[in-house]
Design a binder for this molecule. Structure first.
Ligand code: FPP
Length: 240
């Protein structure tokens, strides 16, 4: 794929793990395991084609409501994946986590910090994992921090602009998402990057459940993105 045609930042809602498992008569956790392995393959592929930012929705603030054994299985996958992430620095992949980390055990938080630290100088793909992430929670937290600073007199109301506001989000130094891909037939954003996706294109892929998602599906979504004109509410087509 020609790098010129790549969006800068792609988001993926990794949906359909449960259905993939159900179809095979397997427990849902097997679907998550297959989903994690697909995710690793897609992350490597994204780096290979020269994508700069890929954000994956791994665990939402709503996912805690799932049965405990399913939550436990996703956390277990995360734990072992965090150990593997040490190898990303060598592949020139920079790792970031967005979401509220305070709900996780110390060892998980430590592994997240280590993965970020070890890979911080990588210049290839920035791989962002949204974990215990919710867009509304992110915006609410930003508003709270701004209010605290304003109450202390550190910030004047007129200094709050879209640009300054976005610096209080988890994604403060990450460009807005250009393309959001959701496989498996749901046409929802599910609280994913709701501020950052104001001008994003959405590609919903009905025919594929996340564990079956292939590099060719990423190519197809990027191709679709490329064909759509993006007007940003203005008159000119700014993105080809
Ligand atoms: C949605 O499928 C998927 C999730 C809620 C979790 C995503 C988690 C993974 C891909 C595995 C963990 C990944 C890493 C990198 C550690 P669903 O269960 O809602 O599927 P369904 O709609 O078919 O039930």
């Amino acid at each position: 794929m020609n790098e010129r045609f790549l969006p800068t930042h792609v988001g993926i809602i990794m949906d359909g793990n449960g259905r993939w498992a159900q179809k095979r008569g397997l427990p849902r956790k097997m679907g998550h395991r297959a989903g994690a392995s697909t995710f690793k393959e897609i992350a490597r592929y994204a780096n290979k084609i020269g994508l700069k930012y890929l954000t994956a929705y791994v665990f939402s603030t709503e996912n805690w409501k799932r049965p405990q054994d399913e939550v436990d299985s996703i956390i277990a996958l995360l734990r072992s994946y965090l150990d593997e992430m040490d190898g990303y620095a060598k592949e020139n992949i920079r790792v970031r986590f967005i979401g509220d980390r305070t709900s996780f055990d110390d060892d998980i938080r430590g592994k997240m910090a280590r993965a970020e630290e070890k890979s911080k100088n990588a210049t290839g793909l920035t791989l962002i994992l949204a974990i215990n992430y919710g867009g509304r929670a992110e915006i609410t937290n930003a508003a709270r921090r701004i209010a605290e600073e304003a109450a202390k007199g550190m910030l004047q109301p007129e200094e709050i602009t879209e640009e300054s506001f976005s610096r209080y989000l988890y994604t403060n130094d990450i460009p807005d998402v250009d393309l959001i891909i959701r496989p498996s037939g749901e046409y929802r954003l599910s609280n994913f990057l709701i501020w950052q996706s104001a001008y994003a294109e959405y590609v919903f892929m009905d025919g594929v459940l996340w564990p079956n998602f292939k590099p060719a599906d990423l190519d197809a979504a990027i191709e679709e993105y490329h064909h759509r004109s993006r007007r940003f509410g203005g008159l000119s087509n700014q993105n080809g």
